[in-house]
Design a protein around this ligand. Structure first.
Ligand code: NAD
Length: 371
C-alpha cells in the first residue's frame, strides 16, 4: 500500500506521524512510504533520515495521494482539499468535534481517530492519549521549574537552608502520575487529588501524599468509579468538600499542576480565582486542561499570564514541546493500529467486529460513523 505522511500545518504543531523507525518497519512489510519534505524537521528528523530507510520524499499533494494518510492533527480546510476521496486517514482527529467529523465525511475519507480507542490492555500500545499525556505531565513540571524562581529540592548550603518546593497535582491520570514522578525526582514535596478511589495507592507509591476527600453517599461512590477508566462529573456535594481541601493545599503550594479532564465536557474548575488570590507571590500554575477551558478560570489558552503575582501557564499542546519523543511514541501507536487494518498480505481490511477498529472509526462512505 502507499502510505503518505504530510507535514502538519496546524499552528504550534511540531510532531510528525512517522519516524525513521516506523517507516523502516512499514517498508519491511512491503509498503511504499511517502513523506512530505520537511515533515519531520520540527521533531528533529531531517528528510535524509527518512530517505535512508527507503522512504520517498514528496510534496503535500504526493503525501495526500496515498491509500493511507497518517496525520497528527485533524486536517485544516486547505489540507482537506488535498485529501483523496476513498482514502484512509488515521490520526488524532478529535472525536468530540462534530463539525470536524462532518468535514472528514464530506471529503469521503475513511477516518480513524485514535483518541477514541478503548482503555483496554489490547489497546494500550496504540493509546495516543496516554503516550502524549505522559509527555505533557513531564514537560509541565519542567515548565513550572523553569518559571519558578526558587529551587525544587531542599538544599542545605553554607549560605543557609532552602526549603523544598510544595507541588500540588490535581487530577492524577496518566499526565498527573508522570508529573508526580518528575517533580519527586526533582526533590519536591507532593500532594495530589483525584476523584477516583484507585488513585490513592498510586500517588503514595510514587512518594506523594493523597488529598483524601471521603465519599459520603452511594451517588458519590458510584460517580467516582467513572466509566471505562475515565472520570464522570462528581456530585456538587463532593466537589464542595474537595474544594475546601484543595484550597488549603493550594494556599501553601509553590507549584500547582492541574490535569483534571472529563472526556467530551468542559474541564472541572478546581482552582478558583479566590484560591489564586490566596497563593504566595511567585507561585506557578500549569493548567494542562487549558484546551478544555482549564481547571482554573484565570488560565488563558496558549498564554503565560501573571495574575495576583501567580504565573499561570495555559499552553494547550504541551506534548508538541517535546516533539522528538512525542513523535516517536505517537508513530509507534500508529504502527500498532495499522496492524489492525492491514492484513499480513498487505491489503486494507476494516473489520468492525474488532472493538478497537470499531471504536476508532469516525467516518466511512460519506457518513459519520462515530459510536
Ligand atoms: P484524563 O486525562 O481523562 O483525566 C485526568 C484525570 O483527571 C483523571 O485521573 C480523572 O479521574 C481526573 N479528574 C476528573 N475530574 C476530576 C476532579 N473533579 N478532581 C480531581 N480529578 C479529576 O485521564 P487519563 O489520564 O487519560 O486516564 C484515566 C485513567 O485511565 C487512569 O487511571 C489511567 O491509568 C487509566 N488508563 C487505562 C488504560 C488501559 O487500561 N489501557 C490506558 C490509559 C489510561
Amino acid at each position: 500500500m502507499l502510505i503518505g505522511i504530510p507535514a502538519e500545518i496546524t499552528a504550534g504543531e511540531t510532531r510528525v506521524a512517522i519516524t525513521p523507525e516506523t517507516a523502516k518497519k512499514l517498508k519491511a512489510q512491503g509498503h511504499t512510504i511517502r513523506v512530505q519534505s520537511g515533515a519531520g524537521v520540527a521533531a528533529s528528523v531531517p528528510d535524509e533520515a527518512y530517505r535512508a530507510v527507503g522512504a520517498e520524499i514528496t510534496d503535500a499533494a504526493g503525501a495526500y495521494a496515498a491509500d493511507i494518510v497518517l496525520k497528527v492533527r485533524c486536517p485544516l480546510d486547505s489540507e482537506m482539499a488535498l485529501a483523496r476521496p476513498g482514502s484512509v486517514m488515521v490520526g488524532m482527529l478529535n472525536p468530540f468535534d462534530p463539525a470536524g467529523l462532518q468535514r472528514l465525511a464530506a471529503a469521503q475519507l475513511t477516518s480513524f481517530s485514535l483518541e477514541a480507542a478503548p482503555r483496554t490492555s489490547r489497546a494500550q500500545s496504540m493509546d495516543v492519549l496516554s503516550s502524549q499525556a505522559n509527555i505533557a505531565g513531564y514537560k509541565a513540571v519542567m515548565m513550572a521549574a523553569d518559571a519558578y524562581q526558587r529551587f525544587f529540592p531542599m538544599l542545605m548550603t553554607a549560605a543557609g537552608t532552602v526549603k523544598a518546593a510544595r507541588v500540588v497535582i490535581l487530577g492524577v491520570g496518566v499526565a498527573g502520575l508522570q508529573a508526580i514522578a518528575t517533580a519527586k525526582r526533582l526533590g519536591a514535596v507532593i500532594e495530589a487529588s483525584d476523584v477516583r478511589p484507585s488513585v490513592k495507592e498510586q500517588v503514595e507509591s510514587l512518594g506523594g501524599k493523597f488529598i483524601d476527600v471521603p465519599y459520603e453517599t452511594d451517588e458519590e461512590r458510584e460517580a467516582a468509579v467513572g466509566v471505562g477508566g475515565y472520570a464522570r462529573p462528581m456530585p456538587p456535594s463532593w466537589m464542595a468538600r474537595q474544594k475546601l481541601e484543595v484550597a488549603k493545599r493550594v494556599a501553601q503550594a509553590d507549584v500547582v499542576i492541574t490535569t483534571a479532564l472529563i472526556p467530551g465536557r468542559a474541564a472541572p474548575v478546581l482552582v478558583t480565582e479566590e484560591m489564586v488570590m490566596a497563593m504566595k507571590p511567585g507561585s506557578v500554575i500549569v493548567d494542562l486542561a487549558a484546551a478544555q477551558g482549564g481547571n482554573c478560570p484565570l488560565t488563558e489558552a496558549d498564554k503565560t499570564v501573571i495574575k495576583y503575582g501567580v504565573t499561570l501557564m495555559g499552553q494547550t499542546n504541551i506534548a508538541a514541546l517535546v516533539a522528538a519523543d512525542a513523535s516517536a511514541l505517537y508513530a509507534r501507536n500508529l504502527l500498532d493500529f495499522l496492524k489492525l487494518i492491514i492484513t499480513k498480505e498487505g491489503a486494507l481490511k476494516i473489520d468492525l467486529e474488532d472493538d478497537i477498529v470499531a471504536a476508532c472509526l469516525m467516518t466511512q462512505g460519506g457518513e459519520v460513523k462515530r459510536k
